[in-house]
Design a protein around this ligand. Structure first.
Ligand code: S3P
Length: 447
């Protein structure tokens, strides 16, 4: 494959809308499938990950009609849900690609099904840890077989996974890792349990599952960091779900606009859910000219939404605390680019989870940014790993690698666009995992 070449951009200008949020879209398919009757999902993004969830529920017998929007890479879905027990056994393996959210949330749903399913994943997801989700689901009564390996003296489980569910009991669980995917898998399994499940987090993670369960009239309540769900109550479809724009995709343009002279862009109709919008607080703390136009709540309170305006800014260093990390976990790679060009020393605390994303993002981003002249260091403390970045005046173009990871690739396009000279990225096809229209929007804003 020929490398992708990025050249410096002169300014960003204009207004764009982002495709529907990836996390919310996965959940909208899942809950629509588990409720009875028709749910229409609008602004569903045609990215690879979300299509794996769509395909999985299709294979499990759910009728889904997809009408692609001729104007962009979104679709309107009609999902004919058939209730908690409407899924059909699938004798063949279900392939979930490299979509961690598809795999982990699907395990939660399958924990409630009285049949066996084998889930197979792509190369990168097959290297990602699954014990965090298989452990609690086994405690709830499901039978799971996985590929197990000893790594650093600990046994860890990896895909492929075979799960036989049914007869699920409620669970009281304190999360050992901050993971919305794991929390969501437990809550989905808990829908099938007789009693009340309680999940407590040390550090709150994104709450899209909880919000959508409320929308579908599940018996759920939330007090501080504990979610309580009483099972066996049928879900009721809200009829239509309009997915707000993806703030994790928008993040790349926010940082690019802040770092580029004379820029002024508007990103329309994004989710402003506080458990997702941590990047806005961080950019503001860095001195970025970021304005938020709250537009209210979409879909009977499903998610707060708004427009975000970003202008050229002069950035200063920032300290990100461990408890803030889950609210911007997917934005840390692009924030590493921002910190590399901010005045002073930035510290991102407790970011160890970055090691188990699509690639080890601490390694991929440190390697690439260092090649471009950034000053990045990593330190270990009792609270986990910290990234320390000393801002420099200018990055310089270099040969860098995506490591097959969409967010590393996207961050490198942004770094290349603000660096002096040309940057060559070995492979950017992985960007389709989350952001298939990225280059269209990039060209629109930079031309
Ligand atoms: C996600 C949760 C996060 C995030 C991922 C999407 C979700 O993963 O990194 O991109 O939709 O629940 P973890 O649960 O592993 O932190």
């Amino acid at each position: 494959m020929r490398p992708f070449v990025v050249e410096p951009v002169s300014r960003l200008k204009g207004e764009i809308s982002l495709l529907g949020d990836k996390s919310i879209s996965h959940r909208s398919i899942i809950l629509s499938s588990l409720s009875k009757g028709l749910t229409v999902i609008k602004n569903f993004p045609l990215n690879k990950d979300c299509l794996f969830t769509l395909n999985a529920f299709n294979k499990l017998g759910i009728k889904i009609i997809r009408k692609n929007n001729p104007k962009d890479l979104s679709a309107t879905l009609e999902i004919y849900g058939s209730g908690f027990f409407g899924l059909k056994e699938q004798k063949k393996d279900i392939f979930v690609g490299d979509s961690g959210t598809t795999l982990r949330l699907l395990l939660g749903v399958l924990a409630g099904q009285d049949f066996k399913t084998r889930l197979v994943s792509g190369k990168s997801l097959s290297q990602r840890p699954m014990s965090r989700v298989t452990n609690p689901l086994r405690m709830m009564g499901s039978k799971i077989q996985a590929r197990s390996l000893i790594r650093n003296t600990e046994t860890e489980e990896y895909p492929p996974l075979t799960i036989k569910g049914g007869d699920i009991s409620a669970l009281t669980y304190k999360m050992p890792v901050a993971s919305a995917q794991v929390k969501s898998a437990i809550l989905l399994a808990a829908l099938y349990a007789d009693g009340t499940t309680k999940v407590t987090e040390d550090f709150k993670t994104r709450d899209h599952t909880e919000r959508m369960l409320k929308l579908f009239k599940a018996n759920i309540s939330i007090k501080k960091n504990t979610v309580t769900l009483k099972g066996k109550k049928e879900l009721v479809s809200p009829g239509t779900i309009t997915v707000p724009g993806d703030i994790s995709s928008a993040a790349f343009f926010m940082v690019l606009a802040a770092l580029t002279e004379n820029s002024n862009i508007k990103l329309r109709n994004l989710t402003l859910n506080p458990t997702r919008a941590g990047i806005l607080n961080v950019l503001k703390k860095m001195g970025a000219d970021v304005r938020i136009n709250q537009l209210g709540l979409n879909m009977r309170g499903l998610e707060p939404v708004g427009d975000i305006i970003v202008r050229e800014s002069s950035l200063k260093a920032v300290k990100i605390k461990k408890r803030e990390v889950p609210f911007l976990i997917d934005e840390l790679p692009i924030l590493m680019v921002a910190a590399s060009l901010a005045k002073g020393r930035s510290v991102f605390e407790g970011v160890g989870e970055l090691r188990v994303k699509e690639t080890d993002r601490i390694r991929s981003m440190s390697k690439n940014l260092t090649k471009m002249g950034a000053k990045v260091a990593v330190s270990k403390t009792k609270d986990g790993e910290n990234i320390i970045i000393e801002g420099v005046k200018q990055l310089k173009g270099a040969k860098v690698r995506s490591f097959g990871d969409h967010r590393t690739a996207l961050s490198m396009v942004v770094a290349g666009a603000v660096a002096a000279g040309k940057t060559r990225i070995d492979d950017v096809s992985c960007i389709n995992k989350s952001f298939p229209d990225f280059f269209d929007l990039f060209n629109r804003l930079t031309n």
